[in-house]
Ligand binder design. Structure first.
Ligand SMILES: [Zn+2]
Length: 86
């Protein structure tokens, strides 16, 4: 008779949350592409309400941005270029 595999070992891979170090990969931005002003301590790579993407400062993001998240916008620290939200 067949011996059922009662002790099937399921290779329990610990669920890993792969956290990629999300960082701005381009050259360091300095100016807001919307108002032309200097970016503050943070900048946004975000979709505008008209559908176009732009690097923008905090106030332009508030005025023209559609929010943070995939497909909407990312927030970066201007100094470290690390993603802080989105
Ligand atoms: Zn701006």
């Amino acid at each position: 008779m067949m011996i059922p595999l009662v002790n099937t070992w399921v290779a329990a891979q610990p669920e890993r949350i792969v956290k990629m170090a999300a960082k701005w990969s381009g050259s360091k931005p300095t100016d807001c592409q919307v108002c032309g002003g200097t970016l503050g301590s943070v900048f946004y790579d975000a979709a505008m309400k008209i559908g176009q993407w732009a690097l923008m400062c905090n106030s332009c993001f508030k005025q023209y941005g559609t929010g943070l998240g995939t497909g909407r916008g990312q927030k970066y620290n201007t100094k470290t270029l690390e993603k802080v939200a989105g």
